[in-house]
Design a protein around this ligand. Structure first.
Ligand code: B12
Length: 472
């Protein structure tokens, strides 16, 4: 069959970073290894100047039997536009969707009559089974983790089982994406440029942070150190790329596995540069692991701190040990790793005092960079249930849905005070760190051009925030 896999695009360029559609690349390689012979293409709309013209041309010229769309919530509008284009082109084409938005906000997708199949959560098994049955002309109802539109109505199947042996999943289909294109895009919170590849070495997270997704469940599943190192070895050998970004939610949740990966990479001596833009668990970092990470080639590492208020740490279910986290940041800094901290302002009932505590904490650490996001309740999260369950999600403009624009205010203070505090957070943090950052740029630990890119992104966001100042 001809299968066109499409990654939706977020219309607003509020988020200057973007990266590979790993989800689609994994499903393509899983399908290939289970059912060779299908023709598969990945079209990432982020990568093209006129993405919908190109999409229309592929639909017309290639006439795919299946259009498989992947989207985050901020790409929902794009998802609906793609499904409408696929449906308009052909009534026979099977339109299926998956990704964080589908797992988070099913009703928004159920209402789209152009969509035939929804896949919730981890998609490899369901996708491969769907394609098998479609290509054999068999009935596609009843596949776990899927929902099927029958006579206009959505029929749900049973929840699917998560893949227990992650080593059994083939490495992503790198050949289906244009690596050069991603080299030119802003990276996920990283201060380097050039060709790189992301890897995903574990799935799921045992912590219950109220604002976070549940695409991969709450049990920590991980690939073996051997399997991870083999993927990196192949990336270096096949593409000559030594720049690797690790996208895990919790790479170091299993300390020994993380250490073992570093030791094996050291033995291979591939001259790697590693980055963890999605953050590692800071209170699981000790001197031994930080040293190993640095020696294995780690240059950039992010940590999700979110709030410096122990009460809020408990309330949001993160329960991070802030003192251990601060020590870990210092250890990473001493080991020559450029650290970024993610903070959030505006938790339900949060006071100005609690926010000022977070800002003071950020200043008091050895972090290089810090992001102060506004708390954004995503559908499908406990935070949404706690704060938004009465709100009709379809009334929301998902394109504006990102941590930067500050669409919401769940806190004790009013919207303008919240934005002023966010502005103050950036001003205080970066006026304190400017010499540290400048020294590192001069010592080429930070790529000036990309640091300028990040700074410009922040300045533009601040300008936008001023416009947003009157958000309720
Ligand atoms: C790396 C990453 C980034 C990178 C790059 C993301 C990218 N490709 O664009 C950067 C830093 C740029 C980024 C930015 C943002 N991100 Co981000 N990001 C991630 C992260 C850590 C990994 C993504 C990934 O590659 N996962 C691994 C692959 C294998 O998983 P997957 O894509 O979900 O695919 C699987 C399933 O979803 C499913 N599936 C996916 N697509 C499809 C399609 C079909 C047809 C089927 C059947 C199945 C299917 O099967 C796949 C294989 O199992 C995830 C968290 C996570 N652990 O996944 C957050 C995550 C996706 N990000 C999130 C958010 C909110 C954002 C931002 C909006 C934050 C902000 N700044 O405001 C921006 C928006 C970016 C944009 N597109 O404009 C949320 C999305 C929640 C939601 N409901 O949309 C997540 C889930 C994090 C969270 N804590 O909730 N992000």
């Amino acid at each position: 069959m001809r299968i066109l896999m499409v990654k939706g695009s977020s219309f607003n360029r509020e988020v200057p970073q973007y990266s590979y559609p790993l989800g689609l690349m994994y499903m393509a390689s899983h399908l290939r290894s289970n059912q060779p012979g299908h023709e598969i293409e990945i079209l990432d709309l982020h990568c093209h100047r006129h993405p919908y013209n190109l999409l229309q041309k592929r639909l017309d010229d290639w006439d795919p039997q299946v259009v498989a769309i992947s989207a985050l919530t901020c790409e929902a509008e794009s998802l609906h536009r793609i499904s409408a284009m696929a449906r308009k082109r052909s009534a026979e084409t099977v339109v299926m969707v998956g990704g964080p938005h589908i797992s988070a906000c099913t009703n928004d997708v159920e209402e789209d009559m152009n969509i035939d199949v929804l896949v919730i959560g981890e998609g490899e098994s369901a996708f491969t089974e769907l394609i098998k049955r479609i290509s054999n002309g068999d009935c596609i109802s009843g596949i776990p983790s899927t929902a099927l539109r029958v006579n206009g109505k959505i029929e749900w199947s049973t929840p699917g089982k998560l893949i227990s042996d992650l080593d059994s999943i083939p490495f992503p289909a790198w050949d289906l994406v244009d690596i050069k294109k991603y080299a030119r895009m802003g990276r996920a919170g990283n201060t380097k440029r050039g060709r790189y590849l992301p890897i995903f070495t574990s799935r799921g997270c045992p912590y219950r942070c109220s604002y976070c997704h549940n695409v991969f469940g709450k049990n920590f599943r991980y690939r073996s150190a051997e399997n991870v190192v083999e993927e990196i070895r192949q990336i270096v050998e096949t593409f000559g790329i030594t720049d690797i970004e690790i996208f895990d939610d919790g790479f170091n949740i299993n300390h020994d596995r993380a250490a073992s990966i570093c030791i094996k990479l050291l033995e291979l001596d591939l001259g790697l540069s590693l980055a963890f833009p999605n953050g590692v668990r800071a209170d699981h970092l000790d001197r031994e692991l930080v040293t190993l990470l640095a020696r294995a080639g780690t240059t950039n590492l992010a940590v999700g701190i979110e709030t410096a208020s122990p009460e809020l740490q408990k309330a949001i279910g993160k329960n991070l040990n802030l003192e251990i986290a601060k020590k870990a940041i210092t250890l990473a800094d001493e080991a020559g790793i450029v650290t970024s901290g993610y903070f959030m302002l505006g938790f339900p009932g949060e006071t100005a005092e609690q926010m000022k505590k977070t800002i003071a904490y950020a200043e008091s650490t050895d972090l290089f960079f810090a992001s102060f996001f506004i708390v954004t309740p995503y559908p499908g999260t406990p935070l949404w249930e706690q704060t938004m369950s009465t709100v009709d999600s379809s009334a929301l403009n998902f394109s504006d849905y990102n941590y930067l624009s500050g669409y919401f205010n769940l806190s004790e203070i009013n919207g303008s005070e919240l934005r002023l505090l966010q502005k103050e957070a950036y001003r205080r943090f970066y006026s304190k760190k400017r010499w540290k950052i400048l020294k590192s740029i001069l010592r080429l630990r930070i790529d000036f051009r990309n640091a300028a890119w990040l700074w410009l992104g922040r300045m533009r966001d601040k300008a936008r925030l001023r416009v947003h100042n009157n958000v309720p």
